[in-house]
Design a protein around this ligand. Structure first.
Ligand SMILES: Cc1cc2nc3c(=O)[nH]c(=O)nc-3n(C[C@H](O)[C@H](O)[C@H](O)COP(=O)(O)OP(=O)(O)OC[C@H]3O[C@@H](n4cnc5c(N)ncnc54)[C@H](O)[C@@H]3O)c2cc1C
Length: 424
């Protein structure tokens, strides 16, 4: 085990310096159990891609890359099955192992750099009307509770639906199982020139035109529509996408950023893991110099929520780099932003102006309140615990789960006190 008393450093965006006084790199599950049991306050760090203090603690931070990156498979190669991996695994490493076996995940986020546990703990998602968030592929977890005991959760466990989107509140996940399927190919075609009228006349039709669709906007104009179709015949050819023209050269969603950090476009087929993420693992994703927020509204309110945000376009413009509109299929995970039904996800990549972003978030939240807007757990928001309790019908159950796994509050932090308030 490596233990450092050096500062724990910052998150990926650099807007947060972790307060943790110690950083540990345990080399075995037994070491994790020992560290947890004797730490007054402790949390686990994934790849640091959250924009808020969800992963922070005044005590010890654990980094789990010392648990290795071996992947074990249940099921035959080339058929549906499960992949089991250690708690510090990143998607960029996992997809290489899956590709060697001819296996696939159902979806990816915009970037592969993030850890599987860190992403699924916050309800991280890609796009697609029939694609659940990345959390929906979790079929099992090994969690070390605050007493140091390891609990294995399987699909038969009634607790699993409450434990998958756990916000780091329940314990340290040392092993995770994901549902996998045979590999498939995808092509990404970028369309330019969509109008708001055409989009909002039937948002569902555009969002469901292919396996995964992302709409980019500055809220004045719809700037691009990325249409990622499966090549195995399960997607109808989106053709000219309602008369809109396809781009003839690679196109970044952010003005002025080199396209070399993007996965391939122009309709060239490629494996699922080389097309579903927007950004390539070898490069900095997005711009790097940015903040992010995102809100989810029920699908039936998607067009009305977009209209509300359009009315804020002038207020958003000085702070915004780009917004992205995606869809996520509903699930039954207690704290998933898509629990209770399909959602439209409204994302904001901001300029790195913390004060300005902090000032505009309450306006966005007010605009989305009539539609039950839920914030992304890993991005910037100001929605408080009372409103979150209204937005999540299973919040009281989740609080009870937290107190059962962590009765002494070892995994508590300021983020959880502001949002979940399991300890009153
Ligand atoms: C450029 C960029 C693009 C993004 N694109 C998307 C996107 O397309 N879709 C989307 O939904 N989000 C997106 N995000 C947000 C990102 O996916 C989430 O913030 C995600 O949670 C980050 O994972 P991480 O591994 O960095 O976790 P961290 O930020 O390190 O941690 C997240 C939480 O997980 C907990 N945790 C991590 N590992 C463990 C463990 N082993 N056991 C217990 N708890 C653990 C931490 O304590 C913390 O509570 C993006 C972020 C960036 C920076």
């Amino acid at each position: 085990m490596t233990t450092g008393t050096a500062p724990a450093g910052t998150n990926w965006a650099g807007n947060l310096t972790y307060r943790a006084v110690r950083l540990h790199r345990p080399g075995s599950v037994a070491e994790v159990q020992d560290l947890v049991a004797r730490s007054e306050r402790v949390k686990t760090l994934g790849s640091r891609h959250c924009f808020n203090d969800i992963a922070d603690t005044p005590g010890s931070l654990l980094v789990l890359d010392g648990l290795g990156s071996d992947v074990e498979f249940d099921g035959d190669a080339g058929s549906d099955g499960t992949a089991w991996m250690p708690g510090g695994m990143r998607y960029s490493d996992l997809v290489r192992r899956l590709a060697e076996r001819g296996a696939a995940l159902h979806n990816m986020a915009s970037l592969p750099h993030i850890t599987v546990v860190g992403a699924t703990a916050t309800g991280t998602h890609g796009s697609g009307g029939r694609n659940g968030s990345l959390s929906t592929s979790v079929v099992g977890l090994d969690v070390i509770r605050s007493d140091g005991e390891l609990v294995s959760l399987s699909p038969d466990d009634t607790d699993l639906a409450g434990c998958v989107v756990h916000l780091g509140a329940l314990g340290v996940v040392t092993r995770i199982g994901l549902r996998i399927q045979p590999t498939f190919d995808v092509r990404n075609t970028v369309y330019l020139g969509m109008t708001w009228d055409r989009l909002l006349a039937d948002l569902d039709a555009v969002a469901h035109a292919a396996y995964s669709v992302s709409v980019f906007t500055d809220w004045h104009e719809v700037t691009q529509v990325w249409v990622k179709s499966r090549t195995d015949g399960s997607d109808a050819d989106p053709g000219d996408l309602f008369g809109v023209r396809a781009a003839t050269e690679p196109t970044h969603m952010l003005p002025g950023v080199s396209v070399e950090n993007l996965t391939e476009q122009l309709g060239v087929p490629g494996e699922w893991h080389e097309r579903l993420p927007h950004f390539r693992s070898e490069f900095t994703p997005s711009r790097g110099d940015e903040l992010q927020s995102e809100y989810f509204v029920p699908r039936r309110h998607g067009a009305a929520a977009c209209e509300s945000l359009r009315s804020l376009a002038d207020r958003l413009a000085p702070l915004l780099q780009v917004s992205e509109i995606r869809t996520v299929a509903g699930d039954d995970l207690w704290l998933s932003p898509a629990s209770d039904g399909d959602v439209v996800a409204l994302h904001f990549t901001w300029q790195p102006d913390e004060a300005g972003v902090g000032a505009v978030l309450p306006d966005i939240e007010a605009a989305l309140r009539p539609y039950g807007g839920r914030p992304h757990w890993g991005k910037l928001f100001t929605t408080g615990r009372d409103e979150l309790a209204q937005l999540y019908p299973r919040m009281a159950d989740f609080r009870a789960l937290v107190r059962r796994f962590d009765p002494r509050g070892a995994f508590r932090n300021e983020f959880l006190d502001r949002t979940i308030a399991a300890f009153g």
